[in-house]
Design a protein around this ligand. Structure first.
Ligand code: MRU
Length: 348
């Protein structure tokens, strides 16, 4: 992916190899600020406070966090403590637990002196694989969008997406955005309806930033506008990412996704979920037992934006108690297809 003309990934090793650099996503799109994480505690804080976010990217950040813990202290006790601290930072995205398990499994049998190096190697491989998986999703999605575009000649193909399933949520390409980027680059005429995604506005702030940066035509809409647009025939397909797909195909994703799926179903609009195998949780039977993260009500009650002095300020929009569940569950019956690295699947 390119940012300001330079090829970038959303997480990279520091030049000394001992830490990682991430974009502070609380500051985007107003400021492009790279920050360094140099310990497992730094990684845990960055995930919990959403400096970095998105299911695949918090997995990769967690994997590096475990490697950083082992560089400080490679003992069994350190491995267990860092794993426990990182895994509890955000409960819904299964990628975090998956990536931590991958690193732990790789290093646990090794002598302590060999663990940190092996953990960094495994974390790096997870990051590299994420890029390849998302690109493969994009290639399969390009076929789908080419087909949909040909069925609707003479006008842009309208895609609606929710939250930020983009390169900022992954190491590169994104999941749901990978087909969009590849289709745009292939000359397919498309336009993206970007759900604002209250309360944290990942759509209006992050997806819009990505699409503008890549030159993809897009329009930000209020979260409640999607139903009207679908009923009017102004949406050809919905494509979202996901934080966890359970064994029966239920889809956990950013709060509001379920309402989009219901509207799409009612209006006959295809609803696609883009993800790789790293987001599938075959050990959990259905979405109703997935832990849904409750975040601070102030994320809903306070609107954030740049203040006059350049810092991020807030405005309180309600004096009442606010409840802020961060994810919801879309039942498998509402999903038209899963866009994966293996192709478009109707069941997982
Ligand atoms: O709370 P967030 O911003 O981490 O939520 C992210 C999402 O819900 C994304 O849709 C999901 O992780 C997509 S995966 C590229």
């Amino acid at each position: 992916m390119k940012l300001d003309g330079a090829e970038i990934r959303s997480i990279v090793r520091t030049p000394d190899g001992r830490g990682v650099r991430i974009l502070d996503q609380r500051k985007l799109p107003w400021e492009v600020l790279w920050v360094e994480l140099r310990s497992a505690a730094d990684a845990a804080r960055a995930i919990r406070e959403m400096w970095t976010r998105g299911a695949p990217l918090i997995g990769v950040t967690g994997a590096y966090g475990l490697a950083m813990a082992l560089a400080e202290d490679p003992s069994d006790a350190s491995l267990a403590a860092a794993y426990a601290m990182l895994v509890e930072t955000r409960p819904t995205a299964v990628n975090l637990r998956w990536a931590l398990d991958e690193v732990r499994t790789a290093v646990a049998p090794l002598a302590p002196a060999a663990r940190a190096g092996a953990a960094f190697v495994r974390a790096e491989a997870i990051a590299d694989e994420d890029v390849a998986l998302n690109h493969a999703i994009g290639v399969h999605g390009l076929d789908l969008l080419r087909h949909l575009s040909a069925a609707n000649p003479g006008r842009p193909l309208n895609i609606l997406t929710h939250c930020n399933p983009g390169w900022l949520a992954t190491v590169a390409y994104g999941t749901a955005t990978a087909p969009i980027y590849l289709a745009h680059d292939a000359g397919i005429d498309l336009h993206v309806w970007v759900d604002e995604t209250r309360p944290r506005n990942q759509g209006a702030l992050l997806t819009a930033f990505e699409l503008a940066n890549h030159g993809v035509p897009h329009t930000v809409i209020a979260d409640n506008a999607g139903g009207l647009l679908m009923a009017r025939g102004q949406v050809d397909a919905v494509i979202v990412g996901t934080d966890r797909v359970t064994a029966n195909g239920d889809v956990c994703n950013k709060i509001g996704t379920y309402l989009k799926a219901l509207a799409a179903h009612d209006c006959g609009v295809p609803f696609y979920v883009a993800m790789s195998y790293t987001t599938i949780d075959r050990g959990t039977p259905s979405g109703d037992v997935v832990p849904i993260e409750d975040r601070d009500g102030d994320e809903l009650a306070l609107l954030a934006g740049p203040a006059g002095d350049g810092a991020i300020g807030t405005v309180r929009v309600t004096a009442s108690p606010a409840y802020n569940p961060a994810f919801d569950v879309t039942p498998a019956r509402l999903v038209t297809g899963y866009l994966t690295e293996q192709g478009l699947l109707t069941e997982i």
